[in-house]
Ligand binder design. Sequence first.
Ligand code: SF4
Length: 276
Amino acid sequence: MRVVEIESEGSISRSGMNELDYCLNPYLGCHHGCTYCYAIDMTSKKDARDNWGDVIYVRKNIARNLASDIKGLKRGMVGISTITDPYQSAEARYRLSGKCLKLLLENGFRVTVQTKSPLARLDFPLLSKYRNYSDIGYTIVSADSRKTRLTEPHTPPPEARFRALMEATALGIHTWIYFGPVMKGINDTPEDISAVMRWASLSRSRVIFDFYRNYDGSERAISKSGLNPKYMAGNESWKNEVSGLIRKMAEEYSVEVNSEQEEWLIERKKAFRTLF
Ligand code: SF4
């Protein structure tokens, strides 16, 4: 992996996602290199886009910028991160996500963290302290590490994510599992779904699910890996069938489940607004 340190302007940005007011991305590019990643097309650095997973840019001064950018900024929900994994291996050295998380929580923002890495443990004490203002979600496409490897070349194994979720829950941190993207022929069997629901039940995590969508960058990356992105995206009848299965199994495991598009995200945002 090639790591490029940069001094860049800005830190926190307005988010176009319903559930977020702001997003913050300390790195550009992502070493995890997931082939289904929509962020490939949204990454401003061409060499990080063209060599997805092999080149990352480190925004070295982001915490310093954030400290001044949040002065006078309306408080709201911040997503860390939306186009990179905030706890990819570089975080062990730079701790940019940790510094920004601390600044945001200490200044009255609410933060939702999404990752695939147990390295987030470094910030569990902070998330636990600010448990009413934060949550953490782990993306798990499958509990089976062989299946996970089909689309995630460099991510920590799913078992390690589950163990981190269990630890977070034990510390009183709100947790969720992002079961997605669901891809036809990869992670859509009853066994796949049941295993994720079991982990959600054990770790008392909500589940959010979503289906794979084709983007130029992910189509290229998936095709290069020898899989068929058009097939993996499925069709409406397959999505309806799998959604039904997900909801049925969630009920069996007494797990709260919602599709990404569902209202609850917006509701959650409204609910937490009263805290600021
Ligand atoms: S961890 Fe997230 S941001 Fe990183 S490559 Fe995978 S999907 Fe993209």
